[in-house]
Design a protein around this ligand. Structure first.
Ligand SMILES: Nc1ncnc2c1ncn2[C@@H]1O[C@H](COP(=O)(O)OP(=O)(O)OP(=O)(O)O)[C@@H](O)[C@H]1O
Length: 309
């Protein structure tokens, strides 16, 4: 697909998000590595009080974007505002309100888990010890072990405990569940949803596990071609996009033309078309004209990601 239809045809932003104050405001963000331009005049407004799933293909720039947002990677142009103030460098009072789980956690390998958590707690005004102990127990993390001796998944768990413990207003997670087993993933999602019950909490997480975003009823932000193409509630995406399957015994040489078609292909005697805002009357007329049976399906987020990213 050459251009993203959502970027041009969907009125933006949606009303619910519009009413919320932005916890994060990005304008014209530019970031390159040598000759490779990764973020291209990227604009993004993230409303407070939502879980935002950041989706994009491998190499789209998700990690780069998250690091730039938090001041962990220098930017080449544009600006970032966090909690209404310009982000110039990490640190300061504001950082107490932010939790970050990086894609890989390899700090302080010589430190034992307990010592690391105690050391980190000292830097924070808020530190939810009850939550820490509960997660350590649930996730069977041995506080006497050295961080360098933990498995990748155990390190990821520790990074999550550390990020959630200060009860952050903004939690940013870069593929937090990639190495977690299904039980730990479920526990993590429960923690996330518990955290979100308090008003004004915002979570941004990049993931390839679309089922988690469905469970969290997340808003979906798609990063493609160096820009955020849209940030939309999942329900709205589902409402808007339909997968139309037309079948006829003689098959198809090519998929029929359908208004609002984004992508189509032929599979056996089925023509499958992803349609934005389908007109059902026209679709029924088309099916009758082509002597085809028709099913209209709601695509999963994974289907949508495959089509749109
Ligand atoms: N330190 C770096 N030096 C040079 N190029 C980099 C650096 N970090 C990232 N890149 C490049 O920037 C682009 C975006 O990388 P990034 O890690 O942000 O993508 P991503 O969307 O997080 O990918 P994935 O889903 O695979 O984790 C890639 O082409 C990558 O090679």
């Amino acid at each position: 697909m050459s251009a993203n239809p959502l970027a041009t045809t969907v009125p933006s932003p949606m009303p619910a998000a519009h009413a919320m104050p932005a916890v994060l405001q990005v304008r014209g963000l530019e970031k390159s590595f040598k000759q490779r331009q990764v973020l291209k005049s990227l604009d993004w407004s993230v409303p407070s009080g939502r879980v935002i799933g950041l989706l994009g293909r491998n190499g789209a720039g998700k990690t780069t974007l998250l690091r730039c947002l938090l001041g962990l990677s220098p930017i080449d142009g544009g600006g970032v505002e966090l909690f209404g103030e310009p982000m110039l460098e990490p640190g300061g009072e504001r950082m107490h309100r932010i939790g970050f789980v990086p894609q890989t956690f390899d700090l302080f390998p010589w430190m034992k888990v307990r010592a690391y958590l105690d050391f980190t707690a000292a830097f924070y005004a808020r530190w939810n010890r009850e939550r820490v102990e509960r997660l350590l127990a649930n996730w069977e993390l041995d506080v006497r072990q050295k961080i360098g001796e933990l498995s990748q998944g155990q390190r990821q768990k520790l990074a999550i405990v550390r990020a959630i413990a200060p009860d952050p207003d903004l939690l940013v997670l870069d593929e937090p569940v990639a190495s977690l087993d299904p039980q730990a993933r479920r526990a993590f999602m429960n923690e996330l949803l518990t955290l979100m019950r308090a008003p004004g909490k915002t979570v941004i997480f990049s993931t390839h596990i679309t089922a988690d975003l469905e469970r969290a009823d997340a808003d979906i932000a798609l990063l493609r071609d160096g820009r955020i193409q849209f940030t939309r509630p999942l329900a709205e995406l589902r409402e808007r996009f339909k997968r139309v399957v037309l079948a006829r015994p003689e098959g198809w040489t090519q998929a029929p033309m359908v208004a609002g078609s984004l992508k189509s292909h032929v599979q056996g005697d089925h023509a499958i078309v992803l349609v934005e805002d389908p007109c059902m009357d026209s679709l029924h007329a088309l099916a009758t004209h082509e002597n085809a049976t028709m099913h209209v399906e709601t695509p999963t987020l994974e289907d949508l990601f495959v089509e749109l990213a």
